[in-house]
Design a protein around this ligand. Structure first.
Ligand SMILES: Nc1ncnc2c1ncn2[C@@H]1O[C@H](COP(=O)(O)OP(=O)(O)OP(=O)(O)O)[C@@H](O)[C@H]1O
Ligand SMILES: [Mg+2]
Length: 273
């Protein structure tokens, strides 16, 4: 069986803004293997979110192919197949409150993630929801709260619980720690590393924070003006990139010192067993 979870081929997407055509994503191709965690970096406006939104089906591609577990997600004829496949793909956003309907409780919101895709008896679904809350380090009592009653970090944990509810094969994370305090950011990163260690889920992790990306990801994709300009092992790209854009990007945002890098490298090695 193929180890490739996601195959993106020649993906293109343009927008028109103020009468101008913006080619947000231009001929993007890459693969993600099972259990692999790939970072997607690039300057603001380079097209990172658009790539994730296209994979998640939140935007419609102009052309190209997105194949997940062998199913062509852009196939308009195979709606049932695409729907089933998409249930194994979950996305988490910068603003976790957007993952929850403000009128619903967190518990209802988490259960919703599987309600329409899988026939699970209500009682069992409830039990799964409580289990996911525990997994992300939230007390069961949070099931009865509304999103507005949670702090940003708690709400992001709840959003992760919601994403995990469907046992996804692929998790798309778009700047999920950018809105959080540094200490809370570290907790969410620890949770993600824990998920990595204990499951064979694949992740596409978008962040402008290269220190975070290098801590979590085996491989990096570097985007520039809608194009992937580099695709390679994290350490190679961070330390040996020959690409001027990548080097500037890393130099401009990479503030961690050597000792911190070493520590993260060790943590990563431990996490990878
Ligand atoms: N819905 C939209 N309508 C018009 N233009 C859009 C839309 N979404 C994205 N764009 C444009 O497409 C380009 C890529 O945007 P995108 O949000 O994918 O970048 P990004 O790499 O995620 O940036 P950031 O790091 O700031 O989040 C930008 O020029 C943006 O203005
Ligand atoms: Mg973005």
């Amino acid at each position: 069986m193929s180890n490739v979870i996601l195959k993106v081929e020649h993906l293109c997407k343009s927008f028109s803004k103020d009468g101008e055509r913006i080619e947000a994503v231009r001929d993007v191709s890459f693969e993600l293997r099972r259990g692999e965690c790939v970072g997607l970096i690039g300057e603001s406006g380079s097209g990172k979110s658009t790539v994730a939104n296209l994979i998640a089906g939140l935007e419609t591609a102009d052309s190209g192919r997105i194949v997940m577990n062998g199913t062509d997600l852009l196939d308009r004829k195979d709606r049932a197949g695409v729907r089933a496949c998409r249930s194994k793909l979950q996305m988490i956003f910068q603003n976790p409150r957007l993952s929850f309907n403000p009128a619903m409780t967190i518990g209802q919101g988490i259960e919703e993630a599987v309600r329409y895709y899988q026939r699970i008896p209500a009682k069992q679904r409830h039990g799964m929801m409580l289990e996911r809350l525990r997994q992300v380090g939230l007390p069961e009592t949070y099931a009865d709260k509304k999103a507005a009653q949670l702090s940003g970090g708690e709400c992001q944990r709840a959003a992760i619980a919601r994403a995990l509810m469907a046992n996804p094969d692929l998790l798309l994370c778009d700047e999920i720690t950018s809105a959080l305090d540094v200490s809370v950011q570290a907790q969410v990163m620890a949770l993600l590393m824990d998920i990595r260690r204990t499951s064979d889920m694949s992740m596409l992790f978008i962040s402008h924070d290269i220190a975070l990306v290098s801590m979590l990801c085996d491989r990096l994709l570097v985007m520039y003006k809608g194009v992937i300009v580099e695709d390679g092992a994290t350490a190679d790209i961070i330390h040996n990139s020959q690409n001027d854009y990548t080097r500037n990007l890393i130099a401009s945002v990479f503030t961690a010192d050597e000792a911190t890098m070493d520590r993260w490298q060790k943590e990563r090695d431990n996490a990878n067993g």
